[in-house]
Design a protein around this ligand. Structure first.
Ligand SMILES: NC(=O)c1ccc[n+]([C@@H]2O[C@H](COP(=O)([O-])OP(=O)(O)OC[C@H]3O[C@@H](n4cnc5c(N)ncnc54)[C@H](OP(=O)(O)O)[C@@H]3O)[C@@H](O)[C@H]2O)c1
Length: 231
C-alpha cells in the first residue's frame, strides 16, 4: 500500500496513477472531499485497486494525527510514503503577507515531519519502506519570488538528508524529489504555454523508476527541470 498526501491533483495524483498501474492499493488525503471522491472512483475503476481517502488539512497537527490513525487502522502495510501535499505562494521574505511563513512551513514542512514520524515506526519494525519527499528546485537555490516557500523546501531537503542517514540501518530508503516548474494547479493563471512546463507524469515516472531499483540502490536526490530551464 502506498500513502500519498495531497494526492487529489497534480504531481500527487500522477504518482497515484503510476503506482495503481502497478496494482498497489492507495491511501490519499487532501482537503476537498469531492476531489477525493473523484480520485477514488477513477482510480478504482481504471486500475482495479483499493483507494482509501481521508479529508485532512495537513497544515494542522491534529488533522495529521487523525490521518495517521486512519492509515494505521487499515489492515495493510505501508510500503511507500509520499510527502507531497504542499502550497506555493510566491513572495519575498521582506514583504510577503504576514502569516505566509507559518502557513507554508506548516503545510509543506511540519506535515512531512508529523506524518513521517507517525508512519515510520511500522517500516522500522518491518525493516522495509520507502519515503519520497516532494521538495523543489527551491530547496537548494534562491529565487527572487521564493520567499517562505523556498524556506520550507530548504527545510524539507534538510529533513530528507537527516532522515536518510537515520534510516540506512533500518533498510528504509529516502529520496528527495526536486522538480522545477511542473504544469499543475499551482501555476494557474500563468501566461505561458503548457509545453514550457514538465508534466506531472514526468515526476511520477521518475519516482516510480527510483522505487523499482534493486534493494542495493537508493536514489538520494532527483533534480529535474523543464527542458528550457526554470521559469
Ligand atoms: N508544480 C510545480 O511546479 C512544483 C514544482 C516543485 C515542487 N512542487 C511540489 O510538489 C507538490 C505538489 O504540487 P502540485 O503542483 O502538484 O500541487 P497542486 O496541483 O496544487 O495539488 C496540491 C495537492 O495538495 C493538496 N493540498 C494542498 N494543501 C493541502 C493541505 N493543507 N492539506 C491537505 N492537502 C493539501 C491539494 O488538495 P486540496 O486543495 O483539496 O487540499 C492537492 O491534492 C508540492 O509539495 C509542491 O511544492 C511543485
Amino acid at each position: 500500500m502506498i500513502v500519498v498526501t495531497g494526492g487529489s491533483k497534480g504531481i500527487g495524483r500522477a504518482i497515484i496513477d503510476k503506482f495503481a498501474e502497478d496494482k498497489k492499493n492507495i491511501v490519499v488525503c487532501a482537503r476537498n472531499l469531492d476531489a477525493l471522491a473523484q480520485v477514488k472512483s477513477e482510480v478504482e475503476e481504471k486500475y482495479g485497486v483499493k483507494v482509501y481517502t481521508f479529508s485532512a488539512d495537513v497544515s494542522k497537527k491534529e488533522e495529521c494525527t487523525s490521518f495517521i490513525k486512519f492509515v494505521k487502522d487499515i489492515d495493510e502495510t505501508v510500503e511507500v510514503l509520499v510527502n507531497n501535499a504542499g502550497v506555493f505562494v510566491p513572495g519575498s521574505i521582506h514583504d510577503e503577507e504576514e502569516g505566509a511563513f507559518e502557513m507554508m512551513m506548516q503545510t509543506n514542512m511540519y506535515s512531512t515531519y508529523y506524518i513521517t514520524r507517525g508512519l515510520i515506526g511500522d517500516m522500522i519494525e518491518k525493516k522495509h519502506g520507502y519515503i519520497f519527499n516532494i521538495a523543489s528546485v527551491a530547496s537548494f537555490m534562491a529565487y527572487t519570488n521564493g520567499g517562505s516557500y523556498a524556506i520550507s523546501k530548504h527545510a524539507m531537503l534538510g529533513f530528507s538528508k537527516c532522515l536518510r542517514e537515520e534510516m540506512k540501518p533500518h533498510n528504509i530508503k529516502v529520496t528527495s524529489v526536486m522538480p522545477g516548474a511542473t504544469y499543475t494547479a499551482s501555476w494557474a493563471g500563468v501566461d505561458l504555454p503548457e509545453d514550457r512546463f514538465m508534466k506531472s507524469k514526468d515526476i511520477a515516472d521518475l519516482v516510480f523508476t527510483a522505487y523499482k531499483l534493486s534493494d542495493s540502490a537508493c536514489v538520494e536526490d532527483l533534480i529535474v527541470r523543464p527542458q528550457l530551464g526554470d521559469i
